[in-house]
Design a protein around this ligand. Structure first.
Ligand SMILES: *Cc1c(COP(=O)(O)O)cnc(C)c1O
Length: 458
């Protein structure tokens, strides 16, 4: 399978190369030239999560991994998810289901992709003898998932930038307490968008990129999108493969884009609904056609506090009929503050995605309300999803809302809503006792470069 960049000026790669590089050399994002159709949708009910993952992921990996390698990686990755179903579906109300994606080691859905790609990186790097440096930017959950998945993996150093003071204490401690020498948490002065911009700077410096063997595991990494396609399949299999709506708490557009790929492959997904908090650039873009960045307003659902939604570039590329030139122009305009989506592309996008925005008050009210009506305690991100989903329930069409994190990861918001601090699961009970290790760094690409050169274990 061949992978091409959304900006059309980077080399065409295979799956392994696209996975190891993350961002394309022209600044674009990799996508398969064509999305494969999935054969055997009706055979999935009752299979293990691992078996479904094998069948779905194999459709994208081409010659990069043998069947045995892939099965081994999948089994090792998902053995660390503390639920037999891996991604259980629980019912909230008639026709409304919650897909619980928070039973992994860092309590957020990002474990599903990160655990798998760490195993795939290990196989690829052992085979080639190559050493790489992973640099990531996080609003909290990507970083903890990456550090947890890659700690102790051979031939890899991991540097994670997070916005200083803007992640929850659980998120921070998950990044700063692992003692492995190959993982490094960097507290950057600024917002998540600053971290993301510095990450792009590092990748766009090709000399530095080659010197340290830079690799990215942000949600722009195609292999992460692939891993996230799997739970749309298991959810649809549980619901009998009938037309189903999905509502997805959205920030960087990775999780929901995986849903659109699943639909392209043949899953009976009817509506995909983008749920945003008060940082609503996607909702504004999908309703009014104007993609304009503003100031980030910190919210109680911090993993969605962004103004530039990286994976949206992939959706734009498809909506513009794979016109890489058009995407290059839009991304140039974005540097100056934003762009207007063409009428044709906007129409295509609106056929594919609905959207909704949820205020802080409504998020808190939803946590309260769900606790009263079902006993289920939602994290604030999942509550944003549930609130938007409730506006779109239709009799006869199941709705699945993705529950993206465990409530114990965001105890302050949950306590504000219901007066209870949810407990961490037993395997993480010592998180608040472990020593922390973190490096403060300015929002400056040169400071970052010298830090990385200095700290690499190689
Ligand atoms: C990352 C994250 C999101 C947003 O997911 P995207 O793929 O970036 O849209 C939502 N909720 C939680 C808890 C997250 O960690």
């Amino acid at each position: 399978m061949r992978y091409v960049s959304t900006r059309g000026r980077a080399p065409v790669l295979d799956f392994e190369q696209a996975m190891l590089s993350g961002l394309a050399r022209d600044g674009g994002l990799y996508l398969p030239e064509t999305i494969p159709a999935f054969e055997g949708l009706s055979d999935l009910d009752g299979l293990s999560y691992e078996e479904v993952a094998f069948r779905v992921v194999r459709a994208f990996t081409g010659e990069s991994f043998s069947d045995d390698e892939l099965r081994g990686a999948i089994d090792r990755a998902y053995a660390r998810i503390a639920h037999d179903a891996r991604a259980p579906l629980v019912q909230l109300a008639p026709g409304h289901h919650l897909l619980e994606l928070f039973h992994g080691p860092t309590l957020a859905f990002k474990d599903f992709a990160m655990q798998l790609i760490a195993q795939l990186f290990q196989i690829a790097l052992t085979r080639s003898g190559q050493r790489i440096t992973i640099v990531g930017a996080t609003s909290g959950d990507t970083g903890s998932a990456a550090i947890e998945a890659f700690r102790g993996i051979d031939n890899v150093d991991v540097f994670i930038m997070y916005p200083h003071g803007r992640v929850s204490e659980v998120q921070r401690r998950q990044m700063t307490t692992p003692p492995a020498e190959n993982v490094h948490a960097l507290a950057v002065t600024g917002h998540f968008d600053d971290c993301q911009a510095r990450l792009k700077d590092l990748f766009n410096d090709h000399a530095f990129r080659d010197q340290v063997g830079l690799a990215g595991v942000n949600s722009i990494n195609w292999a992460r999108v692939v891993a996230q396609i799997v739970y749309y399949f298991t959810a649809c299999a549980s619901l009998g493969m009938r037309p189903t709506d999905f509502c997805v708490p959205t920030g960087n557009f990775g999780d929901i884009f995986a849903g659109s790929v699943a639909r392209e492959m043949g899953l009976p997904i009817r509506r995909l609904i983008v749920a945003t908090n008060q940082n609503d650039i996607l909702h504004r873009a999908l309703t009014g056609g104007e993609y304009r960045t503003g100031q980030v307003e910190p919210s109680i659902s911090p993993s969605m506090d962004i103004q530039v939604s990286s994976n949206f570039e992939r959706a734009l590329y498809l909506a513009y009929g794979q016109d890489a030139g058009a995407i290059r122009q839009l991304m140039d305009e974005l540097k100056a503050g934003g762009f207007t989506i063409s009428q044709g592309a906007l129409q295509t996008l609106r056929e594919q995605y609905l959207s909704g925005r949820v205020s802080e008050e409504e998020t808190l009210a939803t946590i309260r309300d769900m606790r009263e009506r079902t006993g289920e305690i939602l994290c604030p991100h999942s509550a944003v999803g549930v609130a938007v989903a409730q506006r779109h329930l239709e009799p006869g069409v199941p709705m699945v809302t993705l529950a993206t994190a465990h409530p114990a990861k965001f105890p302050d918001a949950v306590e504000r809503a219901i007066g209870i601090r949810p407990a961490l699961p037993p395997h993480m009970a010592d998180l608040f006792d472990l020593p922390e290790r973190v490096t403060r760094v300015e929002n400056d690409v040169d400071a970052l470069k010298s830090l990385i050169l200095d700290r690499r274990t190689q």
